[in-house]
Write a protein that binds this ligand. Structure first.
Ligand code: PAP
Length: 331
């Protein structure tokens, strides 16, 4: 395993210098612990592993993003169902504006209908977020501890979606080998790194635990969901989500099967049948080209069994169990 001890644990816990220029930002990033193994080296920033080019954006966000009352923030770890949650939340909150036959999801990849606060797309900077009307529908892969504190005090609603870790890892491994040209990481290596807590936006369990605890403390403002529960009861989750977001399904909607229609529109089968999700993509710079199709692979629960041995599964289950012990969260 490659580990480049360029920075220190101490600097990883500390914040960046005040009023940082691009030169001092680079200097600051150089002080952070760096490690290789995924498709690109990652740095440990505030106890989480990040791609270095995101640090400046995260810092900028902490300065400039002003959470608003009733903002909705969809929070996920990568590969835990972000695309699906974006599609569902967008459809639920905009259902009075769009018909099912003339819907933005038919022509746009769900990822680009809901902007990431740390990565405003298409070259936009964070001021773009300020131009959006309230209530804004936003997303993030950042841990709760990196969101501006006003997110908790200003009445924002957070929806966190997590996923069974073995499936999340297998999804990550496939994704990583697809987005960066020439990347060919072996699963056993990805597995070892993941078990050590070294994964993009990881340690996996800490990310989940932060939101889990917040959802217990503030259940009216933080909803904690699992990919697997959406898979098994999608209509039920749609109703729950609609209620949580303040737009519960009406009796009339219930009688015209609106929950079922929204589930169908956002389903893996429907989204992957659309041309917009089969072609095109976005250049994220830094040798990362993300095709629209890359957000859809199998969309199944339990695909880990096609890639991991029983022994590996037991090991990761054990690590996760230990890390979540006493929290009440389990997979
Ligand atoms: P991101 O981290 O890049 O934002 P994210 O959407 O969180 O990606 O994860 C992609 C996973 O969600 C893929 O899982 P897989 O590799 O195990 O197949 C993808 O297939 C799955 N996915 C995307 N859209 C849907 C959907 N509509 N229904 C179910 N699963 C979906």
């Amino acid at each position: 395993m490659e580990c480049i001890p360029l920075g220190s644990e101490e600097s990883a816990k500390k914040g960046p210098p005040e009023n940082v220029s691009s030169e001092s930002l680079e200097d600051f990033i150089r002080t952070l612990p760096t490690r290789e193994g995924w498709s690109q080296p990652m740095v440990l920033y505030k106890n989480y592993w990040c791609r270095p080019h995101l640090i400046g954006k995260i810092m900028q966000l902490q300065d400039s993003f002003k959470p608003r009352y009733k903002d909705i923030i969809l929070a996920t770890q990568p590969k835990c169902g972000t695309t699906w949650l974006k599609a569902l939340a967008f459809t639920i909150t905009n259902r009075s504006r769009y018909s099912f036959t003339d819907h933005p999801l038919l022509t746009s990849n769900p990822q680009y209908l809901v902007p990431f606060i740390e990565i405003p797309d298409n070259g936009r900077d964070h001021t773009y977020l300020e131009t959006l009307p309230s209530p804004r529908l936003l997303s993030t892969h950042m841990p709760l501890s990196m969101l501006p504190p006003e997110t908790s005090s200003h009445g924002c609603r957070l929806v966190y979606l997590c996923r069974e870790p073995k499936d999340a890892l297998v999804s990550r491994w496939h994704f990583e080998n697809r987005i960066v040209e020439g990347s060919n990481i072996e699963l056993v290596k990805a597995f070892d790194m993941f078990c050590e807590g070294f994964s993009p936006s990881g340690p996996f369990w800490n990310h989940c635990l932060e939101y889990w605890k917040e959802s217990l403390a503030r259940p009216n403002e933080v909803l904690f969901l699992k990919y697997e529960e959406i898979k098994s009861h999608p209509e039920q989750v749609v109703r729950q989500l609609a209620k949580f977001l303040g737009v519960p399904l009406t009796e009339e909607e219930e009688s015209s099967s609106v929950a079922e229609k929204m589930v169908k529109l956002c389903s893996f089968e429907n989204l992957t049948s659309l041309k917009v999700n089969q072609t095109g993509g976005v250049d994220h710079g830094n040798k990362i080209y993300v095709e629209n199709s890359v957000f859809f692979r199998k969309g199944k629960v339990g695909d880990w069994a096609n890639h991991m041995s029983e022994e590996m599964a037991e090991k990761l289950d054990h690590v996760v169990e230990q890390m979540l012990k006493g929290s009440g969260l389990a997979f």
